[in-house]
Design a protein around this ligand. Structure first.
Ligand SMILES: C[S@@+](CC[C@H](N)C(=O)[O-])C[C@H]1O[C@@H](n2cnc3c(N)ncnc32)[C@H](O)[C@@H]1O
Length: 226
């Protein structure tokens, strides 16, 4: 039994890697994550792949602290195991690159324990796509960057102001304090919302706190001014 964790990139189908494309074209069993509502990952690929000939299995990943969810991960792994026993091969899609904050990894040990072989297919991360759109690198020469989440930056400003670039995911509830942090510490500010999706919005150095209705699919890149 084998399961691929497939990174599908930030949204634009052309940013799906060739390897991910081949795997997603051929597997008959496709697991997709939801946080309760619709699956954005599934929406991204549904116009690009023929999903009619696939068995689609929803996996619910609650937005809670992972330590409290061991039993849930165990149950999800059982669900995957049950379907894989029949099909032998499947794929679990994940937004961006699985290397960054992908809940799929919470299942890893439980799946391995059940004898499932895992292979991870890297994808283009949301912040790589944003950096490219902005024509702005995250690091050059001897510069250093950090990848983190909004809550961490505002709780430990001292630590984060050491970096030349700060990539802030899960930031939509902290836009105002992050803007203040950037202003006080001489950073350029870039906000990317649903980058490489049809609803994409990109802001550079907003002069006031933007009133847009930012949702979870928002990131910030803070880049030290030269
Ligand atoms: C659980 S993390 C997943 C990151 C993903 N694995 C990656 O490589 O980009 C979810 C966070 O990624 C960011 N994100 C994911 N896709 C995005 C997109 N298309 N545009 C902007 N931010 C995105 C948001 O900050 C969101 O809160």
């Amino acid at each position: 039994m084998k399961l691929y964790f497939v990174g599908i990139g930030p949204g634009e189908p052309q940013l799906i890697t060739y390897k991910a494309y081949n795997i997603l074209s051929s597997v008959k069993l496709l697991f997709y994550p939801t946080g309760g509502k619709n699956s954005l990952a599934l929406k991204i690929i549904e116009n690009f792949f023929n999903l009619n000939d696939k068995q689609l299995i929803e996996l619910y990943f609650p937005m809670k602290k992972s330590e409290t969810l061991k039993e849930h991960w165990e149950a999800l792994s059982d669900r995957i195991f049950t379907f894989l026993q029949e099909s032998k091969l499947g794929a679990l899609i994940t937004l961006g690159d699985p290397a960054f904050y992908s809940t799929s990894y919470y299942l890893k040990d439980f799946l391995l324990k059940r004898g499932i072989v895992l292979e991870v297919i890297p994808g283009i991360s949301s912040f790589s796509a944003t950096s490219a759109k902005l024509l702005s690198p995250l690091t050059l020469g001897e510069e250093e960057a950090v990848i983190t989440i909004g809550e961490k930056v505002i709780k430990n400003e001292e630590l984060y102001r050491k970096f030349d670039s700060i990539v802030v995911l899960k930031c939509h509830k902290f836009i105002a304090p992050l803007l203040a942090f950037a202003q006080n510490n001489n950073y350029e500010v870039y906000i990317g919302h649903r980058v490489s999706m049809p609803e994409e919005a990109l802001l550079e150095n907003p002069q006031e706190i933007p009133q847009e209705n930012w949702d979870y699919f928002t990131l910030m890149i803070l880049r030290r001014k030269k």
